[in-house]
Design a protein around this ligand. Structure first.
Ligand code: C2E
Ligand code: CA
Ligand code: CA
Ligand code: CA
Length: 282
């Protein structure tokens, strides 16, 4: 038994070493992504339950590494944050997302908005609102067509400094969303104090909607609370018509998820939006 235990330990140790080696390899490959053009954005549409129309899209980052193939964002975003590379990558994302949206708007989709995920490092850096302004000026995208998605951890990281930065962005005219809402520790007081426009209910609550009474309670409470604070509520990770009907019934404003569309390349997304008919929900 002792020998077996030791073998298990050795194996565990090996797997740690393999994991660490992989992280180091990915991290070093990540430094070349921008030069090599290995990053691209995919887009996932968002649907208004009030108008039954597509209101906008969320830009999501994809990395296809020459050496390691497709690496999911949950693996490489943390590495990019550790190395600080997320700053450069984040600027690229912002610019590319704004450019794509402005192209679509000029092609007739004049009301569409784009949501871009922002890492805490980007926001805490001195000139983040300047990068945003630059992306808007360079692409011609109007500020109200851009929404920045921040996680609750961002808001808690440095409350004073963050509040001032968000205020500046809001004054510029961009919308501000709290992503993965309900998974962090932000208090209701923050919601009141910060110039937030949108709450995105985390998909973990949506998954078990109408099966788990707790998730149902949390979701309906968040919707009610958001509305009384004048915020737009978006449910993410909507995969079934049952979830959609439930969210519609409880007056959730917008939904996003595989039920509507997976995140897809820009051309496919534009085609999807063009061909979307409100009759699809009935
Ligand atoms: P997120 O911002 O919460 O994005 C939503 C994630 O849920 C995306 O995963 C999306 O593909 C996935 N998703 C959408 N609909 C459904 C659904 O119906 N069911 C399920 N199970 N999943 C759904 P993805 O693209 O793998 O991104 C993971 C996370 O990586 C994002 O979570 C975000 O935190 C981060 N991320 C992605 N792109 C960027 C970026 O450009 N910048 C930064 N800082 N983070 C990013
Ligand atoms: Ca997001
Ligand atoms: Ca989310
Ligand atoms: Ca997330």
């Amino acid at each position: 038994a002792k020998a077996a235990g030791r073998r298990t330990f050795v194996r565990y140790d090996d797997s740690m070493e393999i994991a660490n080696r992989r992280r180091a390899q990915l991290s070093s490959a990540l430094h070349k992504v921008l030069d090599r053009g290995e990053l691209r954005l995919v887009f996932q549409p968002r649907l208004s339950l009030t108008t039954r129309r597509i209101t906008g899209v969320e830009a999501l980052l994809r990395w296809t590494s020459e050496e390691y193939g497709e690496i999911p964002p949950i693996q490489f975003i943390p590495l990019a944050e550790e190395s600080g590379l997320i700053l450069e990558i984040g600027e690229w994302v912002l610019l590319d997302a704004c450019r794509t949206l402005q192209r679509w708007r000029q092609a007739g989709m004049t009301d569409l908005t784009v949501a871009v995920n922002v890492s805490v490092l980007q926001l805490l850096r001195g000139d983040f609102s300047e990068s945003v302004r630059k992306a808007l000026t360079e692409t011609g995208l109007p500020p109200h067509a851009l929404e920045l998605e921040l996680t609750e951890s961002v808001l808690m990281a440095n409350a004073e400094q963050t509040a001032a930065k968000l205020q500046a962005l809001r004054e510029m005219g961009v919308s501000l969303a709290i992503d993965d809402f309900g998974t962090g520790y932000s208090s209701l007081a923050y919601l009141k104090r910060l110039p937030i426009t949108t709450l995105k209910i985390d998909k973990t609550f949506i998954t078990d909607l109408n099966r788990d009474p707790d998730d149902t309670a949390i979701t309906t409470t968040v919707i009610t609370m958001a509305h009384s604070l004048g915020l737009t509520v978006v449910a993410e990770g909507v995969e079934s018509e049952t979830q959609l009907r439930f969210l519609d019934h409880f007056r959730c404003d917008e939904i996003q998820g595989h039920w509507l569309s997976r995140p897809v390349d820009p051309e496919s997304c534009l085609r999807f939006i063009r061909e979307w008919s409100p009759a699809a929900i009935g």
